[in-house]
Design a protein around this ligand. Sequence first.
Ligand SMILES: Nc1nc2c(ncn2[C@@H]2O[C@H](COP(=O)(O)OP(=O)(O)OP(=O)(O)O)[C@@H](O)[C@H]2O)c(=O)[nH]1
Ligand SMILES: [Mg+2]
Length: 374
Amino acid sequence: MAHNKNGYLTHSHPKTLIIGVHAPYNKTTNIDSYFQEFVHLVQTNRTSYNHELFLRLREIDPRTFFTKGKLAEIKALCDKEEIEEIIISEPLTVQQERNLKEYLHLKIYDRTRLILEIFEKNAHSAEGKLQVAIAMLTFDKSRLAGQGIFLSQQAGKIGNRGPGETLKERETRHIEDTILKLKRQLATSHKARETQRKRRMVARVPLVCLIGYTNAGKSTILNTLTKSSVLAENKLFATLDTTTRELFVDHKKIGIISDTVGFIQQLPHQLIDAFKSTLSELQYADLLLHVVDISDPNWQSHIKVVHGILQELDIDKQMLFVFNKADRITIDEPLQQALEHYIPHVIIAATDKEKTKPLKDFLQLWHSQLPTTF
Ligand SMILES: Nc1nc2c(ncn2[C@@H]2O[C@H](COP(=O)(O)OP(=O)(O)OP(=O)(O)O)[C@@H](O)[C@H]2O)c(=O)[nH]1
Ligand SMILES: [Mg+2]
C-alpha cells in the first residue's frame, strides 16, 4: 500500500496474500526459517504483499493441493479481504493450479513461477537471459500441455482433432521452435567460453569454484578474496552469471576463482536444466568452496540441497566447507560437534577481513600441495 498525494491509501499492485505451507514432504528442521526464506523470496521478487498465512498440511489433495477444510478457510479469508492474488510457497501441478484458480477466482502463483520470475529479473548477461528464457518457456509449455482436456473440450465434435486441439498444438510448436532457437544461440555463447577454458587448461591455471545455497555469502567471499566488486546483497539469487577473477593470496597469484548461481530447496528443474551447461563448468574445478551460512538454523538441510544438485549434475570434486557468517552466532558445543562432521572445513566471516584468514591459509596450503604440473 502507498499514500497518494491526497493522503488516501492506494494499492498499485493486486491485493496479495502469501501462503507459507509446511507440507508433509518438507523435512526441514526449522520451519520458521523455511517460512522466512519464502517471505524473502517474495520480497526479492516484488516490494509488498497485504496478508500472510502460514499453515501446516497433514496431507496433500492431488486435485487442489489444499485439503477441503484448509481450502474453505483460505476462501473465507480471500473473500473477506478481497484478495486478488495468492503466492504459495510450494510448487503446484498444472491441475492443482487450475482447480485452485477456478475455485477461488483469483490469480495463483506457485513456488516455481516465483523463482522463475526472480531469475528473470536478475539475469543480466546475454547467456543468463537466454538460460532463463528457456526455463520460462519450458514452464509455459508444461502449463499449456496441462490445458489439454480443457482445450479439447472446446474442440468440435467432428473427428478427433477439433479446433481447440489444433490451437494448442500450434502454440506448443511455436514454443518448441523458440526454445530450439534459443538453445542454438546458447550453444554458440558456450563455445566461446569453452575456448577460454581450454586456453586456461593449457596454461594449467588452477580453478577454484564457489558454490552453495543462495545468500550464503559466495559473492562476498569472491569480493574479499579478489578485491572485485561483484554484487553481493541480502537478496536471493543476486548472482546468476558466472564471474571469474584472478585469485591472489598474500600477493601471489594462485589461480582463478569463479562465483556462480546459488541453489535453493526445490529449485525448479526447468532452471537446473537450463543452467546445466553453465554449471557443468564445475567439472573443471580443482577445488570447490562450498559456502554455508551457519547462522541459518537450517544450514544442514541447505548442505543436503547443494549435494543433491551436485549429484544430479554428476559433479564429484575435492571440496572445502566454508562455514560463513560466524559473526552472527556463538559457536557452542553442539554446533561445534555438528560442524566436525564436515571435513575439511574452515569457519569464517566474509564481511570481516580479519576473519577470512582460515580460508586464505587453507588456499595457500592447498596451492603448495598441488602437483608440479600446475
Ligand atoms: N553478518 C554477515 N553477513 C554476511 C557475511 N557474508 C555475507 N553476508 C551478507 O549476506 C548477504 C548475501 O551475501 P552474498 O555474497 O550476496 O551471497 P551469495 O551466496 O552470493 O548469494 P546469491 O548470489 O544470491 O546466491 C549479503 O547481505 C552479505 O552482506 C558474513 O560473514 N557475515
Ligand atoms: Mg552471489
